[in-house]
Design a protein. Structure first.
Length: 146
């Protein structure tokens, strides 16, 4: 005898009480009274800490364009090499990629961020962002890590 699968379906007619604001999907809510508030992007603002949407790795890499970086990457299920180290000047960084160049050979490397494990620098790095949207400048160094 063939049985049809049973699927759970939420009730589309359910409504929340008037004035109730639901957080965006994926927002992790802190305990009540923890002194933190959800941000518009779904992250959480903690007093004294940098807003999470400004601390993405691609932003930090962009701030350090022109500096030599050593990038450690892992490529799962690769028969030739599982992990690889790339060294070069940071030319550009986007949400999903990093471009490095080797000034001696002129060779450029386009590395998808999904493979990036970590980045090291042999010098100090820039870690400064404009805060508050009013053109002011603040240093990330004054914020504790998340």
């Amino acid at each position: 005898m063939y049985r049809m699968p049973i699927y759970y379906q939420t009730n589309p007619t359910y409504t929340y009480p008037a004035g109730t604001m639901m957080p965006p999907a994926g927002t992790i809510m802190p305990p009540v009274g923890a002194g933190v508030t959800p941000t518009q992007g779904g992250g959480i603002d903690v007093p004294g800490m940098l807003p999470s949407e400004e601390s993405y790795i691609e932003n930090i890499l962009r701030l350090n364009r022109g500096k030599v970086a050593t990038v450690h990457a892992t490529f799962e299920n690769n028969r030739e090499w599982n992990a690889k180290i790339f060294k070069g000047l940071i030319e550009a960084a986007g949400r999903d990629h990093l471009i490095l160049s080797d000034p001696q050979t002129g060779k450029r490397i386009l590395l998808p961020m999904v493979y990036l494990d970590y980045v090291t620098f042999d010098e100090e790095i820039e870690y400064d962002y404009p805060l508050g949207g009013g053109g002011g400048s603040g240093s990330l160094a004054s914020y504790p890590p998340r």
